[in-house]
Design a protein around this ligand. Structure first.
Ligand SMILES: [Zn+2]
Length: 76
């Protein structure tokens, strides 16, 4: 364990659009990052998925100049 002040950067969470499995027996869900034109099917049980929201840590990958103004941005 390191005892410096900020070893880990805090990753803020944000409401993120996701797809969740409609099956009660399945916990499958995925981020809505891929701009599906139609609702995807669950990768686990292949049932239809429905769109929803979930608190998730912000993604810090992909596009390079994405960290500019992400605060309070509502996609819709
Ligand atoms: Zn499923």
């Amino acid at each position: 364990m390191y005892s410096r002040k900020k070893v880990f950067e805090e990753i803020p969470e944000e409401m993120t659009a996701i797809w969740s499995c409609t099956s009660d027996d399945c916990n499958g869900w995925m981020r809505d990052n891929f701009a599906f034109e139609t609702a995807p099917t669950c990768g686990i049980c292949h049932k239809p998925m429905e769109s929803g929201m979930k608190m998730l840590p912000q993604l810090v990958n992909t596009s390079k100049d994405q960290k500019s103004t992400r605060k309070g941005v509502t996609i819709g």
